[in-house]
Structure formats: C-alpha cells, structure tokens
Design a protein around this ligand. Structure first.
Ligand code: FAD
Length: 396
C-alpha cells in the first residue's frame, strides 16, 4: 500500500516537473526535421525542449542512406536548401564529432540518352562543383566500379554522406550538451494547441510549438495532413559486405535521372525516360533506382524502392530486392553478399515539404519528398526565421 502511494507520488512529481517547465519552444519529433528546428531555435537564442515518444531514434532519419544530396535536387528553392543544409552538416559535423563518411557523387550514365541529360545538367547553374567525363577518363575515375555500359559519368564534389544511425544520436547529444536542449524521450504527444502540449507525461507549456511528426499522419493535425494530400512511402534497403575498395563517392545510375527532379525536369530527360520504360519497366513500376553509399567499415548501403500507401505493409519483398541488386550488378559488375535488410517509410506528397499554421504559435512541418537529410537544416532556418520575424513584428 505504502509502495503504491510512493509510486503515485513519483508519477505526480514527474507530471509536476513537466507541467512547471516552460520553454520558448517545444518541438514534437526528434528526427532530423525536429533536430534541425532545435538547432535553428537555439541559434536564435531560444530555450528548447524536444519531445519524442520513442526511447531512441527509430524513424526515417536513421533508416536512410545518410546521403546529403545536392546534385539532382529540384532547381530553385529545394536545390538552395540542399546547398545550405550541406554546409550546416559540414559545420555541425566538426563540432559534434559526426564524421563525414563520404564526399561527392558519381552519377553514372549507362546510355547515350542519360549522358545527354548530364550534358544538359552541366549547362545549368546546378552544375557548380560538377565535372562530366566520358570514355577512358570516366573509366579511370570510376576505378573498381565497372559499369557494363558506360556513356559517361558526372562527378560532383559537393554531396556529403553521414552514417545516420550514429549521426542522429550524436546530433541530439550535442544539442543537449552544447546547447542545453532538453530531450523528453518516451513521451507521446496527444494534442497541441497554442502555448500548450498535451503529453503522456502531463501538459507542457511553450511560447511556440513546432510539430515534426515524420510520417505519423494520424495523431496530430490529421485533418491538415489529409488536406495536404500526404500519404506514406515505403522503401527497401540493403547493406552489402565491403567490396574491398573505397567508392569514388556515392554512386547513382540512369534510373536516378527520372526520379530526381534536378535531372528529370530537364527537357533532355524525355528520351531516357522513354527508353527506361521499355528496358526497365519493372524497375520503374516498383520505384526502383540505385543509390550506393559506403560506411567507414567499407560495407555498402544500397537501395531503394518506392511503394505508396496510407499504411504500407512492413514486408521486404525479395523480388524488389532482386531488382535493386540487378541494377547494382549493371553498375558494379558484381554483387557482394547481402548482410542486412530493412524497410523505412516517409511522409509523401506532391511538393518538397509542408509548413502549416494549424493554430497561433504552432507550425506543422513535414518534409514530403524523401529529402529530409538533405534539406531540413535550411528548411528549419526558414521556419524559425519566419517565426522570429512574426514575433518581433508583433512586439514592434
Ligand atoms: C529508407 C529511406 C532512405 C532515405 N534516404 C534519404 C537520403 O539518403 N537522403 C535524404 O535526404 N533523405 C532520405 N530519406 C528521407 C529522410 O530520411 C526523411 O525525409 C527524414 O528522415 C524525415 O525526418 P523526420 O524528422 O520528419 O521523420 P522521422 O525521422 O520519422 O522522425 C519523426 C519523429 O517524430 C516522432 N513522433 C511522431 N509523432 C509523435 C507524437 N505524437 N508524439 C511524440 N513523438 C512523435 C517519432 O517517434 C519520430 O521519432 C530516406 C528515407 C527513408 C525511409
């Protein structure tokens, strides 16, 4: 009985602790989108709490390639966000002890139509930091990566890669230790209104609340997310054993030219799209394209596929894996053993992201294009900058 009373008292204390804390900003979600907002907020001088229902990062932000992709992002605002976010990763990486595992991208053109897209790309302002090689020069630069067919290769020295599984926890730890961000893990947020967050550990108060729920479309503001047409996308991923050499950068192939809008929006992309439809229709039907990144131990992260549903099934299909590995073999000339498989999901809609104001002092921020690792830091700076302007405008 006494033990029971003590337990009630302890819970009451915890609730009181939470209730008494007042923050400038509360952030729901400790994925990369939430952490990026925490960084922008502390840089703006705010006292921040991040709340996540999971005990440790478990969402898209730790399931991805860790590929901070600039080259190939949609021309204009998205590309600029990726450029800025890449610089933030480089800077934060140094301070937080997050290694940049790889620098650069080798975009392999296997067909003449693909090379034509890369030539058109080189004539745009997005080609800053890129070189296009063909023939012997391309083969020499690719080293041990030996595509069955090679029309040319675009090398970018801009793109970065971090090991997301360790980078995201390190980023959170650095935000806590260096910037005093409070993390409340294992706490589910049930409701958000102006100035107040209802959590499984009691209510919390904050002047501003940023909701970054990733692909949870059901718990917070489901009506807003439904109106924005947000659904979910499931991806299959593989880790292959170390091939015994270092890649010249992340590696992509022709299939990427029809997925990444920085290439696919160019008029020159029509011809490769038509040819791929005939030659790799099954890959396209499963949203398969090739990204290969490399970890410090030499192993390769290889993906991926794209299947869309409100609730995607959790099963990794071996037929889809075979399509991914088929493209890997076409570019590398061999396939090392598969040592790990997993699936991931992210929120998906037509545009890059949604930033909504469901009520005063609250922002709902969701990256809906599968580019959160590449663009969140800049997006968060925009959101926090906008909020800071609103606040100073209101008090002026
Ligand atoms: C397999 C895969 C590969 C990818 N590859 C890349 C890549 O190479 N480059 C790239 O730029 N992007 C990539 N992406 C996309 C990128 O990972 C996502 O855009 C990004 O991680 C989304 O971040 P997030 O913070 O919104 O979501 P998440 O990482 O899913 O985090 C959301 C968090 O919110 C928490 N949460 C939700 N609701 C609540 C609630 N009510 N209460 C408390 N907590 C809540 C969840 O627990 C979760 O921790 C990939 C995605 C996948 C799945």
């Amino acid at each position: 009985m006494q033990r029971h009373a003590m337990a009630i008292q302890r819970v009451a204390n915890e609730v009181t602790d939470v209730t008494n804390d007042r923050y400038d900003m509360a952030i729901v979600g400790a994925g990369i989108v939430g952490l990026a907002h925490a960084l922008a907020a502390v840089r703006a001088g705010m006292r921040v709490v991040v709340i996540d229902r999971d005990a440790q990062a478990n969402g898209a932000s730790v399931r991805n390639f860790g590929f901070v992709t600039v080259t190939g992002q949609e021309q204009g605002a998205v590309w600029r966000r990726a450029r800025r976010s890449r610089d933030v990763w480089a800077e934060v990486g140094r301070e937080a002890g997050i290694a940049i595992e790889q620098v650069g991208l080798a975009m392999v053109a296997q067909r003449p139509e693909a090379l034509a897209v890369l030539e058109a790309f080189m004539a745009t302002d997005m080609a800053d930091g890129c070189t296009l090689l063909d023939g012997a020069a391309a083969r020499a630069r690719l080293g041990e990566v030996r595509p069955r067919d090679l029309a040319g290769v675009l090398f970018s020295g801009i793109d970065l890669r971090v090991e997301s599984r360790t980078a995201i926890p390190k980023l959170a730890a650095w935000l806590a230790e260096r910037h005093g961000v409070t993390f409340r893990r294992g706490v589910a947020v049930r409701g958000v209104e102006t100035g107040r967050v209802e959590t499984s550990a009691g209510p919390m108060r904050a002047d501003t609340i940023i909701v970054c729920p990733g692909d949870d479309l059901a718990t917070l503001f489901p009506d807003v997310l439904a109106r924005a047409g947000v659904t979910r996308c499931k991806l299959q991923m593989l880790r292959l054993a170390a091939p015994g050499f270092r890649l010249p950068g992340a590696v992509m192939s022709d299939l990427g030219l029809v997925r990444y809008r920085g290439y696919s929006a160019l008029p020159a992309a029509a011809a490769i799209a038509a040819r791929l439809k005939v030659e790799q229709g099954e890959h396209l039907a499963n949203g398969v394209h090739l990204i290969v990144t490399q970890s410090a131990d030499g192993s390769l992260i290889v993906g991926d596929s794209h299947h869309y549903a409100a609730t995607p099934d959790p099963f990794a299909s071996s037929a889809v894996d075979a399509l991914i590995l088929d493209e890997f073999a076409a570019v590398f000339g061999f396939v090392p053993p598969v040592i790990e498989r997993w699936t991931g999901t992210y929120a998906s809609a037509g545009g890059h992201s949604i930033v909504e104001t469901p009520c005063d002092g609250v922002r709902l921020v969701v990256v809906t294009s599968g580019t959160g690792a590449s663009t969140s830091f800049a997006l968060a700076e925009e959101v926090i900058g906008d909020l800071t302007n609103v606040r100073s405008g209101a008090s002026a």
